[in-house]
Design a protein around this ligand. Structure first.
Ligand SMILES: Cc1cc2nc3c(=O)[nH]c(=O)nc-3n(C[C@H](O)[C@H](O)[C@H](O)COP(=O)(O)OP(=O)(O)OC[C@H]3O[C@@H](n4cnc5c(N)ncnc54)[C@H](O)[C@@H]3O)c2cc1C
Length: 414
């Protein structure tokens, strides 16, 4: 794996980003790498310690504006952190990225008072967040959300269930999407976002059930039974929930998942080349067989292209340029290419890939987890087809990016 940023990324990286890259690698080597084996061996445990270490190091502050105690460092800086952490532990990277999606929603939709209430906690690492959209009957189809919120005096009362919620077991507050209009009202006006603190009566988090991969990360179920939240916990306008969810998913979720996939992809290629070089064959090694080199060449081509997509798209976002389709594409192809390379790697390892506890199995299991979040492949292709037909009318990058602190980076921003 590249110890320093590959030259192809330099158009998108400043000297501050390069510094951050090195800091992230050093942090990962010292704090995360030694814990990975234990995380894998105990899938039933949620890895709070790694979250605490990342919080103490200030990584959750990366996109929080400096006015609220954060680094205000922007999307490229965020990608550097998620990517470099994911090279060693996609689960740890998932913990980081899951909080940074609702941070994005707050940046664009919360009032100044709300930002002052929640963002300093994220910046100092004392408050992790979730964004809770998915339900048992509503994943890719956000219009199917059944959680309801009803107004009573100065409160809203929420009832419903959310599933697959990243950081469910670590978060102090959940940004919950609920229906605030009667059936029949268009989804674009029927949903509203609410910040729900984890200790509100009626909110419960189901026991952690480990998934196929990302061991240590929690993506669990929240049940809301008549949970009362004050009216000033509404984030954005009443009826603006779809915009909150869609913009966060496109501007933050897609690039975050692209960075997680990229880290896994780096590890897959590095593991495979090391293995092929070390495995004797005839008077040399497997790495000298042309037919295997051809396959590795394909893996390397995909990895190099995925790096460019991941970094170019967030660079455009930092510049305040229109880039929704680039963000979508980075997530879509980043996952797909990493999946293909991981399958190639499994086969290139022969039976060794199947030996219990071998690293490649973790990478294979983890990469399955970057397909559904922030939109499955089908959802991405629907959006990309809209772009091809020039029918992608809402450009969240155009509408919102220029509002953020880093769209005009100052001398102290990364
Ligand atoms: C690791 C992980 C973390 C997650 N984190 C969060 C989180 O923090 N917050 C949150 O709210 N959710 C989260 N999710 C849930 C994720 O957003 C959903 O899984 C995703 O939106 C897909 O929904 P679904 O699983 O219900 O699949 P479905 O929407 O039921 O889709 C099933 C299949 O049908 C296809 N499909 C669906 N609709 C269409 C269509 N219109 N046209 C063509 N094909 C279609 C899909 O591509 C898929 O192949 C997470 C999931 C994972 C795995």
């Amino acid at each position: 794996m590249p110890a320093t940023p590959p030259p192809a990324l330099y158009p998108y990286l400043s000297a501050h980003h390069e510094l951050l890259w090195n800091e992230a690698d050093a942090f990962v080597a010292e704090h995360i790498a030694p814990r990975v084996v234990r995380m894998e061996a105990a899938p039933g445990r949620v890895e709070r310690k790694v979250a605490d270490l990342m919080a103490a190091r200030g990584w959750f502050a990366v996109t929080v504006p400096s006015a609220f105690g954060g680094l205000g460092a922007g999307h490229v800086a965020k990608t550097v952190l998620i990517h470099r952490i994911s090279c060693v532990s996609a689960a740890a990277a998932a913990i980081l990225q899951a909080t940074l999606i609702p941070v994005g929603a707050l940046l664009h939709f919360a009032t100044q008072e709300q930002k002052g209430r929640w963002l300093p906690g994220v910046a100092d690492g004392s408050l992790l967040l979730t964004i809770a959209v998915t339900e048992p009957g509503a994943g890719g189809h956000i219009g199917g959300i059944e959680t309801i919120a009803e107004r009573t005096g100065n409160h809203w009362v929420l009832t419903g269930s959310k599933i697959h919620i990243g950081n469910s077991h670590l978060a102090g507050s959940h940004l919950v999407l609920a229906r605030t209009a009667e059936v029949g009202v268009r989804t674009s006006r029927a949903l509203t976002a609410f910040m729900v603190e984890h200790d509100r009566p009626g909110l419960s988090v189901a026991d952690h059930r480990p998934g196929l991969g990302l061991h240590g990360f929690s993506a669990g179920r929240l049940d809301l039974e008549h949970v009362r939240v004050p009216v000033d916990n509404v984030v954005g306008e009443i009826g603006q929930g779809l915009s909150v969810a869609q913009s966060s998913s496109i501007l933050y979720g897609r690039p975050n998942l692209a960075a997680v996939s990229l880290g896994i992809h780096e590890a897959v290629v590095a593991t495979t080349t090391s293995y092929l070089k070390a495995r004797p064959r005839y008077r040399s090694a497997l790495s000298d067989l042309p037919v295997l080199r051809d396959r590795v060449g394909d893996m390397e081509a995909r990895l190099r292209a995925a790096r460019i997509l991941a970094y170019q798209s967030v660079h455009l976002l930092d510049q305040g340029l229109s880039c929704d389709a680039e963000l979508i594409n980075a997530k879509y192809l980043g996952h797909q290419w990493a999946m293909t390379s991981t399958q190639d790697a499994m086969e290139l390892h022969g039976a060794h890939a199947l030996d219990r506890g071998y690293l490649l199995q973790r990478l294979w299991r983890d990469i399955q987890h970057t397909h559904p979040p922030a939109g499955t492949g089908e959802v991405q292709r629907i959006r990309l087809a809209d772009a091809a037909f020039d029918e992608d009318d809402v450009q969240w990058s155009e509408r919102l990016a220029t509002e953020t602190a880093w769209s005009q980076p100052g001398p102290t921003a990364a």
